[in-house]
Design a protein around this ligand. Structure first.
Ligand SMILES: [Zn+2]
Length: 313
């Protein structure tokens, strides 16, 4: 048990360490679980150098084609206004915002912690992008109509300060599209690995926080947002984490140190992108899946949560 102030709900309790966890081999941290809000978090938080080293190399290998198509879908189905200014925090290779840019009149801006990927975004897509942590960028207050925070909040050392900065950057009644893992499901394999092997599990995606759904609810409201919708997705992965479906054969390897291999980034196949967009297949499946997600009782077992927030007041 460690006496600690919870960085999410501010309670000061004795918290149990539920596992050892690491971003890099031989740099172990405790995974503490808050007894009040049930958020688990790395303790101590990683140093800046540790984070920079972690995000080097092949961390940014993504499915560019899918990101681009998702950007098109997002522009046509999620963004309610015809135009505005959107900030994508943690924009990776920028294919998502390039998709928005190609399909709408929105101005898009990307940020990422990695200077290399930001240079790539500027050169490849000719889009406005900045490297560094959000606070250090000193972007203008009330300068965005929408902010996308996809799989980012669980990676930052101070999620509360991060959301407060998002609040400052948004115009009144601006929107945040937030995706975050359901921490109570996401943390299960980390614990299982630690209990089985008695050594720290590497966190392949680098999550520092494992939020409970209630904690996300409370935290976003405390930072000045109202929740306009919330739904869960990635059920199969969630069921695997809960042990109701067999784990993938590779699950142990994914938490064990190994040599990273370099994959090549594939160029976009515009013909395929246009075909998918014209057939609307992806959108169709999305709609079916979204109906399934609204079934009550299941949501807490999903791996990820999508939340639409609006700047209150
Ligand atoms: Zn707490």
């Amino acid at each position: 048990m460690t006496q600690q102030i919870c960085p999410i709900c501010d309670c000061q309790n004795k918290m149990p360490s539920i596992a050892k966890i690491a971003l890099l081999p031989d740099m172990d941290h405790d995974l503490l679980a808050c007894t009040d809000c049930n958020t688990a978090f790395m303790s101590p938080m990683p140093e800046h150098d540790e984070l920079i080293k972690f995000y080097q190399g092949d961390y940014y290998q993504t499915n560019n084609q899918k990101d681009f198509e998702n950007g098109i879908w997002f522009a046509t189905h999620q963004l309610q206004k015809k135009q505005g200014r959107l900030l994508d925090i943690g924009c990776h290779t920028g294919h998502f915002i390039a998709g928005i840019d190609s399909a709408s009149e929105w101005d898009v801006v990307g940020t990422d912690i990695s200077e290399d990927v930001v240079n790539y975004v500027k050169e490849q897509h000719q889009l406005e992008a900045y490297s560094g942590e959000l606070h250090s960028l000193k972007l203008d207050a009330a300068s965005f109509d929408a902010i996308r925070v996809q799989d980012v909040l669980e990676h930052v050392c101070d999620p509360k300060a991060f959301l407060q900065e998002c609040h400052r950057l948004l115009k009144p009644a601006g929107d945040i599209f937030l995706s975050v893992p359901n921490g109570e499901t996401d943390r299960l394999p980390i614990r299982r690995y630690y209990q089985k092997f008695q050594r720290a599990a590497l966190t392949p995606p680098g999550h520092l926080f494992y939020f409970s759904k209630q904690a996300i609810n409370d935290l976003t409201q405390q930072c000045g947002f109202s929740i306009t919708s919330m739904h869960s997705y990635h059920f199969r992965s969630g069921f695997r984490n809960h042990g109701w479906l067999p784990q993938k054969k590779s699950w142990v390897q994914s938490y064990t140190p190994k040599n990273k291999e370099n994959k090549q980034s594939k160029p976009l196949n515009m013909a395929q992108i246009n075909k998918n967009a014209s057939q609307g297949l992806r959108q169709y499946w999305r709609r079916i899946r979204e109906n399934f997600y609204t079934l009550p009782g299941w949501q807490k077992y999903a791996l990820d949560i999508q939340i639409h927030l609006r700047k209150a007041g």
